[in-house]
Write a protein that binds this ligand. Structure first.
Ligand SMILES: Cc1cc2nc3c(=O)[nH]c(=O)nc-3n(C[C@H](O)[C@H](O)[C@H](O)COP(=O)(O)OP(=O)(O)OC[C@H]3O[C@@H](n4cnc5c(N)ncnc54)[C@H](O)[C@@H]3O)c2cc1C
Length: 590
């Protein structure tokens, strides 16, 4: 089925201005490992078919990326299971794929506030022998080069801003973001309208909580009958060490301090080349305590005697943060519809028990490519052909891997120890929750957060929770200093890309009930409640005195595109949309 020439293209907004449209065959939205692997594999399949005499004509493949370059917005751990890459580029070692080190040593530690207790056994999902420590930023840039060499058109600084639909909600492409709009929404001298990229198949590989993917899932009901996706937030720094105290190839994972037992979380410490230490902390975005601040949790993690000693005399050189889709198998949406496929983290392919998603992102991109290749041969881009993508996923090694851990995250809503027991039982029973259930239920993470009063807090002063935490500028850093090390840049004369649907809620209900948790869950100091002096809020402090009204100020230029606000806002009134192309962090070496 060819896209009908006379189909009316409908965008999601009412912005009907004249725009250029470009006809491609396949458009991949997002230049992450999933989509780059998809684009590269598609060129491989086309080349092979052509060499066998197939007459496919010129197939136009485009990858668009919101970052300033391929890899600029990519942040990961990362220990990579190489099986995906080995299928895509079997000679990746000879071709010079940038790998930091093969994993030579795994450690698993339980941290009490003062001690680090090494487990005699590494939990099987965290056995990393034969894998590679990588900078995913570098590996992605390298994959981008492989794609370009194979003839793929890559367009950095081009955010996918809206889906384009034809009749019956068939996806017919994507509209890229306008450039040159000022903060009041007016066109500037450098104004350039976004382009309508029309495609037979559009592949959404936007990573976790994709802004287009979210709307597509809602519009087409692709999550019907699935568990809600749940997320974590990884906050990370790179440090330069003065000596070889932590060798490249050593991998440490931790459990315990500083998380309380109701908060899913853990730390990682990976040795990279040139005495660079890569460390971070994951906090489940389904925590209960409204005063939790994932950035502060990470700073506390570094102040643990074991970690602080490792960092002594070192220098922090990079910072970043990004959400992780942790819901697993039961939270994956339907991954196809007419004219569209969803790959990688956007579809929730990550295995949370292993904290690994690169290998499955690569594989999902490859399976999407194989499906698109068949669709091109049959000239049918409807669900009838694209459903094969899900069938391929089910036949591949992804399915047994994800099914084995399908109830992993859900168990942790009963606390750390029951969660661990559940994880152990699942491992033995091939994924059954509590050893018996095929499917355990999850609640959306933002619903787990309790009100300040339920937690016994008086007001929202975070020092009630983090009274011992100091930002000394040596070992521990405040958010603003950290954000500086994420090399974030957004043109400030543009509309904020964080849409808060009703800011009055922030000054009233949210202030009272949760103490404006956006100020804490955002790891980049984007959200600030400021006193305007204009009015009282109608709220009272613990002594009964009236509290001044505070208004939300959005420092959007700090945003590191982690998506936490879109996920964790208790009222779900924050909508993250793409800013002007090229804006955001620059995660070199992360
Ligand atoms: C803190 C952390 C630690 C992790 N550790 C590991 C690990 O050790 N091992 C492992 O295997 N996995 C790990 N993962 C998971 C792994 O990074 C992901 O599974 C993997 O990167 C998913 O690839 P992807 O291509 O689906 O998405 P991403 O890597 O997120 O790439 C998506 C790309 O799309 C772009 N994009 C998004 N929206 C748009 C849009 N609308 N228009 C244009 N471009 C867009 C983004 O800028 C980005 O470049 C970790 C993840 C995190 C966050």
């Amino acid at each position: 089925m060819q896209p009908e020439e006379d189909t009316e293209v409908i965008a999601e907004t009412t912005n009907y201005m004249e725009r250029e449209s470009l006809e491609m065959d396949v458009v991949f939205v997002g230049a992450g490992p999933a989509n780059l692997s998809g684009a590269l594999h598609l060129t491989q399949l086309i080349e092979k078919a052509k060499s066998e005499g197939a007459d496919l004509g010129e197939i136009q493949i485009a990858v668009i990326e919101k970052g300033s370059s391929v890899g600029a917005h990519i942040l990961s751990g990362a220990v990579m299971d190489p099986k995906g890459l080995a299928e895509l580029v079997p000679d990746f070692l000879e071709k010079g794929a940038p790998l930091e080190s093969e994993v030579k040593e795994d450690q698993f530690l339980y941290l009490t506030p003062k001690r680090a207790i090494r487990s005699p056994l590494n939990p099987p999902p965290l056995n990393n022998h034969g894998y590679y420590i990588v900078s995913l930023n570098r590996l992605t840039a390298w994959l981008g080069e492989q794609c370009e060499a194979a003839g793929v058109n890559i367009f950095p600084e081009f955010p996918g801003a809206e889906m384009l639909y034809g009749e019956n909600d068939r996806v017919v492409g994507v509209r890229t973001g306008d450039k040159g709009i000022d903060k009041d929404g007016k066109q500037k001298a450098n104004y350039e309208p976004g382009v309508d990229l029309l495609a037979k198949v559009t592949v959404l590989g936007e990573g976790v909580r994709g802004s287009l993917t979210k709307k597509l899932i809602q519009r087409l009901g692709l999550d019907k009958g699935r568990e809600p996706q749940v997320y974590s937030l990884g906050v990370k720094e790179l440090w330069e060490l003065p000596d070889d105290r932590y060798p490249a190839g050593r991998v440490t994972h931790t459990l315990g301090f500083p998380s309380d037992q109701w908060t899913y979380g853990g730390g990682w410490i990976y040795g990279m080349q040139n005495r660079v230490l890569n460390l971070g902390y994951v906090t489940g975005l389904d925590y209960r305590d409204p005063l939790i601040d994932p950035h502060a949790e990470f700073q506390k993690f570094k102040s643990h005697p074991f970690v602080a000693k490792l960092l002594e005399g070192g220098k922090m050189i990079r910072y970043g943060a990004k959400a992780i889709a942790a819901g697993g198998w039961h939270a994956m949406p339907k991954m196809y519809a007419d004219g569209v496929l969803i790959v990688g983290d956007s579809a929730g392919f990550l295995n949370a028990a292993r904290l690994k998603g690169i290998h499955s992102a690569i594989k999902s991109g490859m399976l999407a490519a194989e499906t698109i290749f068949d669709a091109l041969l049959e000239s049918d881009y409807s669900s009838k052909t694209l459903i094969e993508y899900e069938h391929r996923v089910k036949r591949s090694w992804i399915t047994p891997e994800l099914r084995r851990y399908r109830n992993f995250h859900a168990g942790f809503r009963h606390g750390r120890w029951l969660g661990m027991a559940n994880a152990g039982l699942q491992y033995i029973t091939g994924g059954r929750a509590w050893g018996i259930l095929d499917r355990d239920q999850q609640e959306p993470g933002h619903e787990a957060m309790q009100r300040l009063s339920a937690y016994g807090y008086h007001g929202d002063d975070a020092s009630q929770k983090y009274k011992d935490l100091r930002f000394d500028g040596q070992l521990t850093f405040n958010k603003v200093t950290d954000v500086y090390h994420a090399a974030v840049a957004h043109n400030e004369d543009q509309p904020a890309h964080l849409h808060v649907l009703d800011t009055n809620v922030c000054s009233t209900r949210c202030a009272e009930e949760y103490g404006n948790p956006c100020q804490r869950f955002c790891p980049a100091a984007v959200y600030e409640m400021v006193e305007t002096g204009a009015q009282t809020s109608g709220l009272h402090d613990v002594n009964g005195s009236p509290k001044p009204r505070r208004e939300l100020q959005i420092n959007f230029s700090n945003c590191v595109h982690c998506k936490t606000c879109d996920i964790m806002d208790p009222y779900q009134i924050i909508n993250w949309v793409t800013p002007e192309g090229g804006g955001g962090p620059d995660y070199k070496g992360m």
